[in-house]
Design a protein around this ligand. Structure first.
Ligand SMILES: Cc1cc2nc3c(=O)[nH]c(=O)nc-3n(C[C@H](O)[C@H](O)[C@H](O)COP(=O)(O)O)c2cc1C
Length: 185
């Protein structure tokens, strides 16, 4: 088996993350991996924001908390405020849709998502942990505005990353026989 196949077969998302965050050399390589995503018409329909360190993550938490209704309980607001502090780095994956006669938006979103997957795998292969999260925050217009997204852009996920503080129990993996068939049979 190749190193890539080993990395894929051994990967798992890890929610329990601590410092240190990925260093800049690792990040550069991981983003270069993200840019290997298949990309119809080479539109490069993606970009990323790196949010690192307490000050920046606290600002992200304030932005998350600002999405609460005025009458929301303080506990709910505080939970959102604390969310980004679950890791030393959060990478926001963004798809930047472009008008193209042959490449609909959905294909551009898929390309960005593949890039996010490659990014996650590269960070994992370099020894870091990661967890791709969305939730309603990813689709909240206030969050998009606060992060400086343009009208043609959409958040595809928040990639929480850092060093694994403790591993989570493994997720059962389906056997390919369960989801692969030949056609016609
Ligand atoms: C687009 C996308 C959004 C996700 N959003 C969340 C989320 O908000 N919260 C969560 O607990 N898991 C979320 N997940 C799932 C985890 O990232 C992870 O894949 C899952 O826990 C299974 O772990 P595994 O990656 O080890 O198979 C999301 C996955 C994807 C692809």
């Amino acid at each position: 088996m190749t190193a890539v196949i080993d990395a894929l077969l051994n990967r798992s998302s890890e929610p329990r993350l601590t410092a240190p965050a990925p260093d800049s050399e690792t990040l550069d390589k991981a983003f270069a991996c993200a840019a290997r995503a298949p990309d119809h018409a080479l539109l490069r329909p993606w970009r990323y924001l790196v949010i690192e360190g307490e000050e920046a993550l606290t600002a992200l938490g304030e932005l998350f908390a600002s999405t609460c209704d005025d009458d929301a309980p303080e506990k709910a607001r505080e939970k959102l405020r604390q969310n980004p502090l679950r890791a030393p780095m959060v990478i926001v994956g963004i798809t930047s849709h472009q008008a193209h006669p042959k490449v609909p938006e959905v294909e551009q979103t898929m390309s960005a998502a593949v890039g996010m997957g490659y990014l996650l795998l590269a960070l994992e292969a370099a020894g870091f942990g990661g967890m791709w999260r969305t939730g309603s925050l990813a689709y909240n217009p206030g969050i998009a505005k606060g992060l400086g997204l343009a009208d043609h852009e959409m958040i595809i996920g928040f990639l929480y990353t850092g060093s694994v503080s403790s591993t989570k129990p493994g997720v059962p993996r389906p056997d390919p026989d369960e989801f692969v068939r030949r056609w016609p049979q």
